[in-house]
Design a protein around this ligand. Structure first.
Ligand SMILES: Cc1ncc(COP(=O)(O)O)c(C=O)c1O
Length: 379
């Protein structure tokens, strides 16, 4: 399968021809930051409610992550919070499309331009959505995307960068020359996982397979989303800087063909959940924040997550726990990533109460029935 065909399909959706493919989305972020010249002593501002691989990419470049707290809605910082965090050492601002929701991206990109620093949009949850009429990823100097499991469309693991600021392209090409090729084992394991995902995963074995996959990937026994040393330290793992494989290119090209249908379903289900939760005065994403978004997952808050997960497990509801920690999925020792939890009270609150309703489901009525039955558990 030709990588140019895949890139072209992505370029059409993103309305941007400058696409660079990688083994994972985090590698795309690292490559972008490197091309921006981020290095020792530089500061990179980011939301304190993210995935640990984002500060990892910053730390691997010997720069310092500076976290800003999020608003409880829409789970992102606003422009003034970024502005307050800027110092003479700031090199980049990262804004994040959380669960498919971007927030003030145009203003944040403009703030960065005015201050003479770079902006990056973490679009790992947001491929296919739009913000103020333009595809997600259009406003900042560069954006990066993920095609990992459960992302807008999946290649098992995978990612890419889209670059708006042409000046960054030579730097990215230089970084890309250092990418290592995926091994035969990488490709075989990924193919087997993709097969299992497509043919074995069902609503009834979702919970069992999810915990098995997490256990195996945490211990580096299968290719995982975040593995071993990425969750315990800030030293770049060997083989991190990896190129995309043919397996991912083939899967990506195939899955893009049915992507629109899935996106529309996610959008519709997001609306259904919003209507239900707002009608019952429960925490929900206000329509003003999600008119153009595709809701990768639908975030809700519950009083007692453990109890709620047990209820969902028994009812065979495919509940997610994304961002159940501010540096997901690391549960403690956030100081290793320079995060002081006292600076992020809202992110801490959200991470203690969040669960995610499935948006890819063909049967949202089943989820609503479950939610209705356990309405008192919702905040
Ligand atoms: C907010 C955020 N940023 C970055 C990433 C990294 O993407 P990838 O797993 O493709 O490296 C993730 C992963 O899920 C994420 O949730």
């Amino acid at each position: 399968m030709n990588s140019e065909v895949y890139k072209q399909a992505l370029a059409e959706i993103l309305k941007n021809d400058n696409i660079f493919l990688y083994w994972k989305g985090r590698v795309a972020l690292y490559a972008i930051l490197k091309a921006m010249g981020v290095g020792s002593g530089d500061e990179v501002i980011l939301p304190g409610f993210t995935c640990v691989v984002v500060p990892n990419a910053i730390k691997y470049l010997d720069a310092k992550p500076i976290y800003v707290d999020v608003k409880k809605k829409p789970m992102n910082p606003d422009t003034s919070q970024y502005q307050d965090a800027i110092t003479p050492k700031t090199k980049v601002i990262i804004t994040q499309n959380t669960f498919g929701l971007s927030y003030q991206v145009d203003e944040i990109a403009e703030l960065a331009r005015k201050k003479g620093i770079y902006s990056v949009e973490d679009c790992t949850h947001g491929f296919g959505g739009t913000y103020k009429g333009k595809p997600n990823g259009s406003y900042c100097d560069a954006a990066f995307f993920s095609t990992q499991w459960n992302k807008p469309f999946s290649t098992g693991i995978g990612g890419f960068a889209s670059v708006n600021n042409q000046d960054l392209i030579p730097g990215l090409k230089t970084v890309n020359k250092k990418l290592i090729r995926p091994t035969m084992k990488d490709k075989m394991v990924l193919s087997a996982l993709l097969f299992a995902h497509d043919h074995i995963l069902t609503a009834s074995n979702y919970w069992k397979l999810r915990s098995m996959y997490r256990f195996l990937s945490k211990h580096n026994l299968v290719i995982g989303s975040s593995q071993g040393e990425e969750l315990t330290g800030v030293k770049m793992p060997k083989n991190y800087l990896k190129d995309i494989s043919e397996v991912q290119i083939k899967k990506g090209t195939e899955n893009l063909a049915s992507f629109r249908e899935l996106m529309m379903r996610r959008r519709e289900n997001g609306k259904i959940y919003t209507q239900f939760l707002s009608a019952h005065n429960k925490y929900h994403v206000d329509p003003i924040y999600h008119q153009d978004h595709c809701f990768l997952k639908y975030p809700v808050l519950v009083r007692d997550r453990q109890k709620f997960e047990e209820l969902a497990f028994n009812a065979k509801i495919e509940l997610g726990d994304w961002f159940c920690t501010p540096l997901y999925p690391v549960e403690k020792d956030w100081k290793i990533w320079d995060l002081d939890e006292n600076q992020i009270p809202n992110a801490l609150y959200l991470s203690r109460h969040i669960v995610n309703l499935p948006t890819e489901t063909q049967d949202p009525g089943r989820v609503i029935k479950f939610a209705e039955k356990h309405l008192h558990e919702f905040i």
